[in-house]
Design a protein around this ligand. Structure first.
Ligand SMILES: [Zn+2]
Length: 269
């Protein structure tokens, strides 16, 4: 499932390609699952709208739309497990599992393709993700949020009501770098540990954004390119391999809150 860095990569790729373009017409497929708003609402919000900006909010991609004589609207896309947003030439073959096509004035098309159909399309007048942005939150607010949680710190990091967009890969990587054991209750972390975790999380997310995200299963960017961050992973799915910090203990895998969790039993306390 794409996480914050992958969604950021897709949003940046789209922003560079379609900002300022105008959606002339919209085609929606007949599968009901991808549509979180009524089809006619999506069509009326998108058609004849200018794309003023494309950005990421949590794990959502938000197209800010401007339409003459109407309130600004947003087209909100969640990629789910296998969703992709592609910018295609009209003559390019329409992929199987294409659920929406927005035809642009420039002649290109934005296509939403999603084989497993966990992705979602919606329109909203003022979309905001539920949790705080991990790259914008202050250390003070970060510490306050996690100090109140009795959940294991790994589960708290994944809680989208606390932070928006952190998923399994980057939670494991941030905890490894901060030397904090995933099972620890969040409220038991000291100020020093919370600070280490805050710094580690922002660092790992920013590095992954720079690398274009992590390619797991079939995630690809808006131009079909693959991310490179999988080569920089230090804990995630390295179970059985030697820890890169202490160089003696093997990375262990446990299941925590139903999610595969990877850590070094020697380095992470
Ligand atoms: Zn270690």
């Amino acid at each position: 499932m794409p996480e914050l860095p992958e969604v950021e990569t897709v949003a940046r790729g789209l922003a560079a390609r379609v900002t300022g373009d105008v959606i002339e017409s919209v085609w929606l497929g007949d599968k009901p699952q991808p549509l979180k708003s009524p089809a006619e609402e999506i069509v009326s919000a998108l058609e004849r709208s200018r794309i003023a900006a494309v950005r990421r909010a949590g794990k959502h991609i938000v197209f800010d739309l401007e339409q003459n004589g109407s309130e600004p609207r947003q087209w909100v896309v969640h990629l789910g497990m296998t969703g992709r947003l592609l910018v295609s030439r009209p003559e390019a073959e329409v992929a199987k599992h294409t659920h929406a096509i927005a035809r642009l004035k420039s002649g290109r098309e934005i296509r939403f393709v999603d084989p497993r159909r966990f992705g979602r399309l919606a329109v909203s007048p003022a979309f905001a993700a539920a949790g705080a942005e991990p790259l914008d939150i202050s250390l003070e607010d970060f510490a306050t949020k996690f100090h109140k949680s009795k959940a294991p710190i790994k589960s708290a990091l994944l809680n989208q009501k606390l932070l928006s967009g952190v998923g399994n890969i980057y939670a494991d990587e941030a905890l490894f770098r901060a030397r904090v054991r995933p099972r620890r209750r969040a409220c038991t972390l000291t100020r020093v540990e919370l600070r280490r975790l805050y710094v580690a999380l922002q660092k790992v997310l920013n590095e992954a954004i720079t690398a274009g995200g992590t390619t797991v299963s079939d995630y690809v960017g808006s131009d079909g390119s693959e991310g490179m961050f999988q080569f920089a992973l230090r804990a995630y799915q390295r179970h059985g391999e030697r820890c890169l910090r202490c160089r003696k203990t093997k990375i262990k895998r446990i299941v925590l809150g139903g999610r595969g969790t990877h850590y070094c039993p020697c380095c992470q306390k």
